[in-house]
Write a protein that binds this ligand. Structure first.
Ligand code: NM2
Ligand code: OGA
Ligand code: ZN
Length: 379
């Protein structure tokens, strides 16, 4: 389908102006077009990577002429002073449009994501482990849900040690850390980490003291016969948006200043980091939550006059995170597993009794693998 009805060279060749059939218009700069040419001199035919660098594009690059073919499907652009003729497809140009209105002051989240709370997440995305292994379509949809909600479950997993690694391999690669390729979450004496006790854990993101943080966490249940030890997940992006609604001032403080996080292990492990609790990109996109009461180090990047306001904001955010209306709760039974986007979804557990046994295995993985698998369907 053709989108455009005409093209015009404007600004002495520094840009083109395309008119759409619906009457709206869109511009592209000569330098941008030259940089994004996909002819074999610009892009390698084999791997598609760019062969030129920015310095290969003359500063005074301009467009001598531009024409639309009869069906409006392609636009041919002639560049000077370095003579070059390149064809762009209309749909490609439309897909990569940048000449559009935007609201630079508005906080936003990736349109690929869906925020949720206790009542709005009607059905937890879940897949049976055997189905995940045998049905690519089901697996792909489930992986998409994991990305969309930042949370998903698997049931019917083998109750065997090391299964968590096989789960990571369904979509990506394990991130090995000081905790190992995978780790046992069990109550131990002299535990190196409070996760390895039977205490309750406030909703948190894992390893905020590590930079870069692991972006996916997987927890697989092997044993669960204790009283307590129930699981809870909270959408941190939803919590951040609620904070913003309730107090813009508090939201701004948690995005503007950084907290410090620290973890000291038994030997050879000392991790430190510095992140805002609510991270925004320069264009105000919500990119990550870093929240872990056990691992916050003394905060010292906040001026004296803002410290109490910061604590007020931290407390408000914590109260939102603890609000049962925000959380989806469930009990992990042997053979169950859940995964979270650790840059977004917080997880928690209630304390559990020392009678009976509770054994989880966990591992970290990353979202690059997940997203690549979704895009390429390479299952
Ligand atoms: N473990 C389970 O980030 C944290 O310290 C939470 C992590 C020890 C790998 C626990
Ligand atoms: C963890 C954790 C939760 C649980 O190991 O990071 O949060 O249910 N564990 O034991
Ligand atoms: Zn955790």
């Amino acid at each position: 389908m053709s989108l455009f009805k005409s093209v015009k060279v404007i600004n002495s060749g520094k840009a083109i102006l395309l008119s759409r059939k619906n009457g709206s218009q869109i511009r592209y700069h000569s330098t941008w077009l030259r940089d994004n040419s996909h002819d074999p001199e610009t892009r390698d035919k084999n791997n598609g990577q760019r062969l030129i660098s920015i310095s290969d594009i003359p500063v005074n690059t301009y467009i001598e002429s531009a024409s639309l073919d009869k069906k409006g499907k392609n636009i041919t652009v002639k560049f000077l002073p370095k003579k070059k003729q390149v064809k762009f497809s209309s749909s490609w140009l439309e897909f990569h449009a940048y000449d559009k209105k935007r609201n630079n002051s508005k906080v936003w989240i990736d349109p690929d994501l869906k925020t949720w709370s206790k009542n709005s997440l009607k059905r937890i995305p879940v897949i049976n482990y055997k189905k995940a292994k045998s049905n690519k379509k089901l697996l792909l949809n489930w992986l998409k849900s994991l990305h969309y909600y930042g949370f998903a479950k698997i049931t019917g997993c083998e109750k065997k040690s090391g299964t968590v690694i096989k789960i990571a391999k369904l979509f990506g690669y394990v991130r090995e850390t000081n905790y190992g390729k995978w780790f046992n979450v069990k109550s131990k004496t002299n535990a190196v980490n409070l996760a390895y006790t039977n205490l309750g854990l406030q909703a948190h993101t894992d390893n905020p003291y590590r930079d870069p943080v692991p972006t996916i966490q997987i927890l697989h249940c092997l044993k669960s016969s204790t009283k307590g030890g129930d699981s809870k997940v909270v959408d941190g992006f939803n919590a951040a948006l609620r904070l913003k609604k309730e107090s813009k001032k508090c939201f701004d403080l948690l995005t503007k200043y950084t907290s410090r996080f620290e973890f000291k292990g038994k030997k050879n492990v000392h991790l430190k980091s510095c992140f805002p609790m609510i991270a925004l990109s320069p264009d105000k996109k919500l990119t990550a939550i870093h929240f872990n009461n056990r691992s916050i180090a003394p905060i010292r990047d906040i001026p004296y006059n803002d410290m109490l306001n910061y604590y007020k904001a931290y407390r408000k955010f914590s109260n939102i995170i603890d609000d049962p209306k925000m959380a989806v709760t469930f009990k992990l039974n042997p053979g169950d597993c859940f995964l979270v986007d650790n840059t977004r979804v917080l997880h928690a557990r209630t304390p559990y009794s020392s009678k009976g046994s509770r054994w989880l295995q966990g591992c970290y993985a990353d979202k690059d693998g997940l997203l690549s698998t979704i895009l390429t369907k390479a299952l």
